[in-house]
Design a protein around this ligand. Structure first.
Ligand SMILES: [Zn+2]
Length: 300
């Protein structure tokens, strides 16, 4: 069976290991990337780790990379960075790793990689039209249209955190106002609840306190905003499945079920027929697995 070296470059850690051509993970390890606040560029950390990891990379079928930030997946290069990751913008991940390890390398944005993994061996297996949405501190997404990952001109399509759902809404770091992420992220929910109740809850505690009238009202409004955003995507892309990722997707009764109902109520009937809304299936390793699926689909 063919084997791939897979990397998942996150803001705090590098996950790396070996993934088989059927999507099973043979080995998965982790290394910090912000141990010195990114003074060591992430690409240098990766090289240090990989130099020690294997003596000969040419016995592998390739290096498949899932990476945080805006990734030009045609060039395999970082062309946009959110947050405060120093020494990362403009990193030529593909070129650097191909030159050093003498095998092909493909790079994909991490949200797209999660979508790819769910489509390959996860919740959306056998679906041709899928929107995967990860709800965390921010909101990420990946979109499959007619079995093809939607990449756009430079490979940065599917940035669903930044379409506006409120024209007079909150200002976003991207420059627009009312972005989906500003309403649909876990951070948005946590801030609203904590401001209203003057507490310091996290997402998990919020759902444990769902019987509080104020909490329940804020959560309901939050789910409504998420539903409205998703319905717009449903009308544009006509998917057969929406896969919701992030910790909150484990809340079937309190989150996925009410979200499903709201989406089905708001969407036009022909769009909601045969539309499934489910929680993500894959947890750890989804980035690595999705990167390998992308690598394989690029090769054929
Ligand atoms: Zn924005």
């Amino acid at each position: 069976m063919k084997q791939f070296i897979a990397l998942d470059i996150g803001g705090t850690a590098l996950k790396y290991g070996i993934v088989n051509e059927d999507g099973s993970i043979l080995e998965s390890l982790e290394h910090s990337v912000n141990f010195d606040n990114y003074e060591t560029p992430i690409i240098q950390t990766i090289i240090n780790v990989l130099d020690r990891y294997q003596s000969d990379y040419t016995k592998f079928s390739g290096i498949a990379v899932s990476a945080t930030g805006q990734i030009d997946s045609k060039l395999g290069k970082v062309i946009g960075v959110g947050g405060n990751i120093k020494n990362y913008l403009n990193t030529n991940i593909k070129e650097t790793l191909e030159n050093r390890y003498k095998i092909r390398c493909e790079v994909l944005n991490d949200a797209n990689a999660v979508a790819a993994a769910e489509k390959w061996i996860g919740a959306a297996k056998n679906c041709r039209n899928v929107i995967a949405i990860t709800i965390g501190t921010g909101v990420g997404g990946g979109i499959y249209v007619d079995n093809q990952l939607l990449l756009g001109q430079r490979g940065i399509a599917g940035e669903i955190g930044h379409f506006s759902i409120h024209s007079h809404g909150v200002k976003c770091s991207c420059g627009n106002v009312g972005c989906f992420e500003k309403y649909a992220s876990m951070r948005a929910l946590v801030e609203k609840v904590n401001t209203a109740l003057n507490v310091e809850y996290n997402g998990k505690i919020i759902f444990e306190n769902i019987h509080d009238v104020t909490v329940s009202k804020i959560v309901d409004e939050w789910i409504t905003d998420i539903a409205k955003g998703i319905v717009s995507l449903v009308h544009i892309f006509n998917p057969e499945m929406i896969v919701i990722g992030g910790g909150v997707s484990k809340q079937e009764k309190l989150f996925v079920e009410p979200l499903r109902k709201k989406i089905q109520n708001i969407a036009m009937p022909r769009f909601s027929e045969n539309l499934e809304i489910v929680g993500a299936k894959l947890e750890n390793g989804a980035g690595m697995v999705g990167a390998v699926y992308y690598f394989i689909s690029q090769a054929t």
